[in-house]
Ligand binder design. Structure first.
Ligand code: NAP
Ligand code: G3P
Length: 481
């Protein structure tokens, strides 16, 4: 069947003008569902990227001088305009990244809520006032006024799996605090990002306050990351990419939200029905393509058989198919990612894992695969699969689980399932992660909670309030009266 190709070129935004690249080159974006071209974005030249950054720097002082309530009002209008475009943007998210329409529209609605919360939270940033005589030798007449001021130009780089939400979660805090923004969307998801920006323009974005740079990160990334007019970088994506950016960025603040290998630790006294439901949802939503997905289970030997059976029962209810068919498990973002997941499955099988349930393998469409008796010598025990495969590791006790977790390169989140909260707290204290969920799946939301990773899962903290903090720095005025 001839696939309907749409080779519409969606222009990038430069000083509130929608432009195509003078170089005439574009990047085609293909649907994970069926490989059809869903649109194209400009592959911007280095000169165009340079101009985009310089223009945001030129207007940053004016934007900083804009009254806070006006910045807040712009964000509220942005949220309203975004909601008006829920269907259009939701359909594009689905087309670009293979997320079901309901989840895609849900992402747009969640983003509008995030922007409104940011618009309010951003009005309540405060500095401090410090008396000098609190320190020996300093007099009462020496006083410090500590202001919170914006960094300047923020480079916001977002990943494919939440092309709107994880972009706005950087852009909104940057704008409310008086920073201007250079937005680099993930290529897969870039059209959705451009539509999100269209809503911002419709809301009254002043020219140059936000510019978009499109093109492959591997081509324009280093240039924009090292641009002298970039004053702060906020990045969400893979660990290797994030580490590379951090090395390139040298002297400017960088917030990184990276990969994860979140465990679900199931103790002997856990509610196994609830644990199984949370694990399957946490591991397989959006085909496991979430940084906070549950990426391995560590279950007490005494209840492992029962838990595995319940997980299997839940997995077998899941439908597999295209995002347009509203399937539970949809095609992975690309063939390379799918091939990586298959390689992890094959490695585990070769090394003796038990296949509890094996999903279909049809190009980049992989059904859910559950592997039991996974051991430490298997790659899937340690590497981030970012796909629909769930390794189950059996442990004697929680000490073994804690040890396994602490030896892992990642430290994003962990889930603990137990009826004994004291036990949960004891284990949580020993895990080296950003967040511990008790009796719930690992998850970033709600969006005003702090969200962070340690070790190879990131640096700095997101979550609305903490993202706002990350966009500001201290400026101290000392009064010698
Ligand atoms: P990715 O390949 O690292 O790409 C992330 C973003 O970085 C994209 O916009 C990409 O642009 C850009 N990029 C690539 N190389 C760059 C460079 N040299 N300089 C500047 N930017 C560059 O990640 P992804 O495939 O989108 O997402 C999957 C990974 O991200 C997984 O590891 C997942 O765990 C992680 N992730 C983490 C979180 C979190 O909140 N912790 C959330 C989502 C995803 P192009 O698209 O043009 O390559
Ligand atoms: O991978 C994206 C990460 O932010 C997960 O978000 O809300 O699905 O836990 P969420």
């Amino acid at each position: 069947m001839e696939l309907r190709q749409d080779k519409t070129v969606y222009p990038y935004l430069s000083n509130n003008e929608w432009k195509k690249s003078s170089g005439g080159n574009t990047v085609q974006i293909k649907s994970p569902d069926d490989g059809r071209v869903v649109g194209e974005v400009p592959a911007m030249t280095q000169e165009e990227v340079d101009q985009a950054v310089k223009s945001t720097a030129d207007v940053q002082a004016n934007w900083e001088a804009t009254e806070g309530h006006e910045r807040s009002e712009l964000l509220h209008r942005w949220a309203d305009e975004l909601e008006k475009m829920t269907d259009e943007i939701g359909e594009m998210i689905q087309a670009e990244v293979g997320k079901t329409l309901s989840s895609s529209k849900g992402e747009v609605k969640r983003t509008a809520q995030l922007i409104r919360h940011t618009a309010e939270e951003g009005l309540r940033t405060h500095g401090s006032f410090i008396q000098g005589d609190a320190f020996p030798g300093a007099s009462k007449s020496t006083k410090a006024m500590v202001q919170k001021v914006p960094h300047g130009v923020v480079l916001a780089i977002s990943p494919f799996n939440y092309p709107v939400n994880l972009a706005a979660s950087k852009i909104a805090p940057a704008l409310i605090t008086g920073n201007t923004v250079v937005f680099k969307p993930a290529t897969q998801g870039a059209i959705s990002g451009l539509l999100m920006v269209k809503a911002l323009v419709n809301a009254g974005l002043p020219s140059g306050v936000l510019n978009v740079v499109t093109g492959r990160g591997s081509v324009i990334g280093d240039f924009v990351v090292t641009h002298p007019n970039i004053d702060m970088i906020t990045f969400t994506g893979g660990t290797s990419t994030g580490k590379h950016i951090a090395k390139q960025a040298s002297m400017i603040p960088v917030v990184l939200e990276l990969g994860g290998k979140d465990p679900a630790i199931v103790l002997e006294d856990a509610d196994l029905d609830k644990s199984a439901k949370e694990i399957v949802s946490g591991a397989l939503s959006y085909s496991g393509q979430r940084c906070t997905a549950i990426k391995r289970v560590m279950v007490n030997n005494n209840v492992a058989d029962e838990l595995v059976a319940k997980i299997k029962e839940n997995v077998e209810k899941l439908t597999v198919g295209k995002s347009t068919e509203d399937a539970n498990i949809t095609p992975m973002i690309d063939q390379k990612s799918a091939d990586f997941v298959v390689s992890l499955i094959e490695d585990a099988k070769k090394k003796g894992a038990t296949v509890v349930s094996e999903g279909i393998q049809d190009g980049n469409l992989l059904g859910a695969t559950i592997l039991d008796h996974v051991t430490e010598d298997m790659d899937v025990a340690w590497q981030e699969q970012f796909g629909p495969v769930l390794p189950i590791m059996r442990v004697e006790n929680e000490l073994e689980a804690i040890d396994l977790e602490r030896r892992n390169e990642y430290g994003l989140q962990a889930s603990i399932f137990t009826k004994n909260l004291e036990n949960a707290f004891t284990i949580a204290d020993r895990l080296n992660v950003g967040t511990v969920q008790v009796n719930g799946k690992t998850s970033r939301g709600p969006d005003h909670f702090p969200f962070l990773g340690v070790k190879n899962s990131g640096q700095g903290v997101q979550g609305i309030g903490r993202s706002i903090d990350s966009m500001l720095r201290d400026k101290v005025l000392v009064l010698n009266l």
